[in-house]
Ligand binder design. Structure first.
Ligand SMILES: Nc1ncnc2c1ncn2[C@@H]1O[C@H](COP(=O)(O)OP(=O)(O)OP(=O)(O)O)[C@@H](O)[C@H]1O
Length: 292
């Protein structure tokens, strides 16, 4: 299996934050969701991959090529969507597109036009006149119009209405039907990942907490509900975190088979969502694994 992206030992230190030697890789033909609470280091990682910030240590390769040394060649193969969007506000959408177009070897004007129509964008408008969602759509239209092999997107679905969000997710799934295309995107909308992600990378406070195939991650864990008396000192270590109420407890266990054996039929076992995983692990990382 070849890798579209490999990040090895990436470090970046700011005054009050440290991206702590993180490593992960993205296989061609797959979608990787990049999650973590505010300030976890997702944007910092994405900026390092795109060589927009200087890293302190580590190696980043795309299809085996160095992201700095081979930057010019690689840029043609990457579609980027970032919140900031490096656009000039005083230009119209058409003028901005005409300015960017010559930088891409495989620019496809028809694909671009189709997206502009599909997203209901008016090319005569100035960039500064766009709403947040429209700006995101414009950014996505540009990123998808030069036959990129890898999309790197920082919260692309934030600001999109539910219908367009759904369309984008479908589009990403269609894109990876071509087994050489891949998608890496950060999001806080974890339900998007339940729908389309193949892999999940989870950062918290600059540290890599989870890096796993989504289905394995969800199969391995279990949401467990039961009466308070079941939650003995012997079973507590099985849990990533537990919430207690007057009626009983709910917790996330990291080993579904083991917790089933330990608790037997007295408890209910459910498949977690990506959101459950993220919430429980975030609390654990913050030292709040047990909530009363
Ligand atoms: N230029 C900078 N100078 C100093 N600190 C920075 C700089 N850029 C980011 N940071 C800090 O790095 C940390 C990680 O920020 P980052 O934007 O990567 O997080 P994130 O996971 O993308 O968060 P969010 O979900 O809120 O977008 C934060 O504590 C932030 O304040």
């Amino acid at each position: 299996m070849s890798h579209a992206l490999e990040v090895r030992g990436l470090k970046k230190e700011y005054k009050s934050f440290c991206l702590d030697s993180i490593s992960f890789s993205l296989e061609e033909g797959t979608i990787m969701g990049f999650i973590g609470p505010n300030g976890a280091g997702k944007t910092t990682t994405i900026k390092a991959i795109l060589n927009q910030i200087q890293r302190d240590a580590g190696v980043i390769t795309l299809w085996g090529k160095d992201n700095i040394k081979d930057e010019v060649e690689l840029k043609n193969r990457i579609g980027v969507v970032q919140d900031e969007g490096h656009f000039y506000g005083h230009l119209t959408l058409r003028a901005m597109k005409n300015m960017l177009r010559p930088f891409y070897k495989n620019w496809n004007e028809k694909t671009y036009g189709d997206f502009i129509r599909e997203f209901g964008l008016d090319e005569r408008k100035k960039i500064s006149e766009l709403s947040k969602g429209m700006r995101m759509k414009y950014s996505i239209a540009l990123a998808l119009s030069h036959e990129a092999d890898l999309l790197i997107m920082d919260e692309p679905t934030s600001g999109l209405d539910p219908l367009v969000r759904e369309e984008l997710l479908e589009l990403l799934q269609r894109m990876i039907q071509d087994e050489h295309k891949s998608v890496f995107f950060s999001t806080h909308i974890t339900s998007d990942l339940d729908k389309i992600a193949d892999y999940i990378v989870f950062l918290s406070d600059g540290k890599l907490v989870l890096n796993e195939q989504k289905d394995e991650l969800l199969d391995r864990h279990a949401i467990v509900k039961g009466p308070a008396e079941l939650l003995s000192e012997t079973v507590r270590p099985y849990f990533v975190g537990v919430k207690q109420s007057g009626y009983g407890f709910e917790g996330l266990a990291g080993d579904r088979a083991a917790i089933r054996r330990a608790l037997g039929s007295g408890a209910v076992f459910e498949r977690p969502t990506v959101e459950d995983i993220m919430l429980y692990y975030t609390r654990k990382e913050n030292g709040h694994a047990i909530l009363n």
